[in-house]
Design a protein around this ligand. Structure first.
Ligand SMILES: Nc1nc2c(ncn2[C@@H]2O[C@H](COP(=O)(O)OP(=O)(O)OP(=O)(O)O)[C@@H](O)[C@H]2O)c(=O)[nH]1
Ligand SMILES: [Mg+2]
Length: 649
């Protein structure tokens, strides 16, 4: 367990840690000279039961809050130090506000320098402290008078801390390993060492980890847990990791050392923040701030997602646009300070670590954040799915930001009903009802179309996509729509032929006069075989009663149904014949020493006419079957794959 001090400058934090542990954590020359703490100090106290209590001592100086914050994020138990003579002072309030924003609810107040004051003053100071704690999560904390000079109260304080140590928090050990680095140095003969408190998971000697957000791969050569050599470390412990693969200059306070799956840098986070009641003015949109998360500190702009400026004491959903990427996951607490780093403005916790570019005042976004803010991942996922976002829920991202181990992610997928659609390395999750509704809606659109135009082969993806909704926001994006169509096709409710989608039962059929004309033309199209398709002009010459316009219109309709393919203005080639022409072209190219299709060879070997060969190869180029280059034509896609599906007379 890690105990962290807090409190105003000179109130006796370092003295108290020394009295408790025997260790003077002020080791820097500057600290000795000035008599103040400048940077974080660390001390360890072995207990009777073999466990080790860790102490993080922070500076109280108002200009050193940045260092205090780097230490405060990893602690479990607060040791708030208030000098009995002074009572609460500005950094007593600021530190307390920070601890409260970080969600720390366990702690004790040491009323130091009790030897300097009367009993009356002691009672008064106790009352002042009680009043200060009342509105915070530490409202019920014990207030114990102590003195480092006389030893008064020290035993009671030590007892309190010993009891606190008996309350471990196993929940944090779940999840991938994450450690917020607060120091990085190099030891002769050992190499780079980083220290910090493990926020989640476990680590063992030999583990391969990542420095986040930078992304460098490292290996754990050795480790200390709570100041003792160990083979493993776990959440809640202060660890020193000896890392191979990185120089001390390449990893610094603010970095995280994480297991690979938890490495997901982000530059845009969303969450609910509370503005401190002590602020003089409401917090306005686009205010520049400093964000402190883990041991990191980064410039940020605030984007208000609801309402106007946030009044002192009030809470609201916001997006934070960061100056550079950081490592942050859902549930991480953060503190916001003003641009010149003089005041703590507020803070909150991350609801979405991977927020989309902000659009202000979007009701949908607030619903998503409210869902994500549910602490239990299963509840959060179910709530997200219930919102039926048109593009689904990015399950992969969700698992990352909830920091779920693979087994836990699988259990989650089992526990929450959804349909998974795979898009490359990403899995999108949809509520089953949502996909059913989409399928029903598309079936409706197609059924209406088939009724209206029984000779049409169906609707193209684009037309179908457009038909879905009048509001673009209410329908999936083009890429996701294509995946959803694939799902519906696999499920058998829709069918694809060429570029057209139709209802599974639908057969496009020509009607009336169209059918008559087709029955006249079809034998002519077929009679010469695949290598002798007739020219339009030749067909018209065979029957002077045929009108060029009517025949062209019918053949174009047949082309839309996939029966023929228009190749230049003079040729309508049966789909099966075209497939054979393409197969022959591919075979010739494969046999060619340059692997190219040569038009002259193509003509000679297949017997097709000069008149056909040119528009045909141009058609092949146009649709991307071939590509022309100085050596001839290269085959870019498989002939059967490209033309085979449409093979129907
Ligand atoms: N009389 C008396 N003096 C104390 C007591 N505790 C600390 N002091 C004195 O108060 C001064 C400040 O003590 P520190 O422990 O350095 O205070 P701090 O809170 O660590 O100060 P910063 O780290 O700079 O914020 C020192 O001169 C201590 O000797 C106490 O219980 N009684
Ligand atoms: Mg100190």
């Amino acid at each position: 367990m890690i105990i962290g001090t807090a409190g105003h400058i000179d109130h006796g934090k370092t003295s108290l840690v020394k009295a408790l542990t025997g260790i003077d954590t002020d080791r820097l020359k500057e600290e000795k000279e000035r008599g103040i703490t400048v940077d974080l100090g660390f001390a360890y106290q072995p207990g009777a039961d073999g466990s080790v209590l860790g102490f993080v001592d922070v500076p109280g100086h108002e200009r050193l809050i940045r260092n205090m914050l780097a230490g405060a994020t990893g602690i479990d138990h607060v040791l708030l130090v208030v000098a009995a003579d002074d009572g609460p002072m500005p950094q007593t309030r600021e530190h307390l506000a920070i601890l409260d924003l970080l969600g720390l609810a366990r702690g004790v107040v040491a009323l130091t320098k009790a030897d300097l004051v009367s009993g009356e003053r002691l009672a008064q100071a106790t009352a002042e402290v009680r009043a200060l704690l009342a509105p915070t999560a530490l409202a019920d904390a014990d207030v114990l008078p102590v003195s480092c000079v006389t030893g008064q109260g020290m035993e009671a304080l030590a007892r309190h801390l010993a009891q606190a140590r008996a309350e471990p928090d196993p929940a944090r050990e779940r999840g991938h390993f994450r450690l917020a680095v607060d120091r990085s140095f190099s030891l002769p003969g050992i190499g780079t060492v980083v220290t910090g408190t493990a926020a989640s998971g476990r680590v063992a000697v030999g583990d391969r980890l990542v420095v986040s957000p930078g992304g460098r791969a490292v290996r754990v050569r050795g480790l200390h847990a709570q100041n003792r050599r160990a083979d493993t470390g776990r959440a809640g412990e202060r660890l020193a990791l000896n890392l191979a693969g990185v120089d001390k200059g390449e990893v610094a306070r603010g970095d995280w050392i994480v297991a690979e799956p938890a490495h997901a840098p982000t530059q845009r986070i969303e969450g609910r923040i509370r503005v401190l009641a002590s602020e003089a003015k409401p917090l306005a949109h686009w205010t520049p701030l400093h964000l402190h998360l883990g041991a990191a500190d980064v410039g940020a702009r605030i984007v208000l997602l609801e309402g106007g400026a946030i009044a002192p004491g009030a809470s609201a959903w916001v997006q934070l646009e960061l100056d550079r990427p950081i490592a942050a996951l859902r549930g991480d607490r953060f503190i916001l300070r003003d641009q010149s780093a003089l005041r703590t403005v507020g803070g909150g916790s991350v609801a979405d670590a991977f927020a989309p570019p902000a659009r202000r005042h979007k009701r949908e976004r607030l619903d998503v954040l409210a869902a994500l803010a549910q602490p239990n991942p299963a509840d959060a996922l179910a709530a997200l799915l219930a919102l039926a976002p048109p593009n689904g829920v990015d399950f992969t991202r969700f698992v990352t930001q909830c920091n779920l181990l693979q087994g836990d992610a699988q259990a989650l997928a089992q526990a929450v009903p959804h349909r998974a659609i795979h898009a490359g390395a990403t899995t999108l999750a949809f509520a089953p009802r949502q996909i059913d509704q989409l399928g029903a809606r598309l079936a409706e659109v197609l059924a209406a179309h088939h009724r209206r135009a029984p000779d049409s082969p169906g609707l193209t993806v684009e037309v179908l996509h457009r038909a879905l909704a009048t509001k673009a926001a209410a329908r999936p994006g083009a890429a996701v729509f294509a995946l959803l169509l694939g799902e519906l096709i696999r499920a058998g409710s829709l069918r694809r032929s060429g570029p057209y989608l139709s209802l599974a039962g639908h057969e496009a059929s020509l009607q009336g006069a169209d059918l008559k004309l087709w029955e006249r033309l079809q034998p002519w199209l077929a009679e010469g075989g695949w290598n002798h398709p007739p020219k339009l002009t030749d067909m018209l010459a065979r029957d002077r009663t045929l009108h060029r316009e009517a025949v062209t219109r019918l053949l174009n309709k047949a082309a839309r149904m996939g029966k023929v393919v228009a190749v230049g203005p003079e040729y309508f080639i049966l789909a099966s014949h075209l497939c054979e022409l393409a197969v022959q072209a591919q075979a010739l190219a494969q046999a060619d020493e340059h692997r190219r299709l040569n038009v002259k060879t193509y003509r000679e070997r297949t017997g097709i006419s000069r008149h056909l060969s040119l528009p045909l190869v141009e058609f092949f180029d146009h649709i991307g079957f071939t590509k022309r280059d100085p050596e001839g034509r290269k085959i870019r896609r498989d002939a059967n794959e490209m033309f085979g599906h449409d093979a129907q007379g």
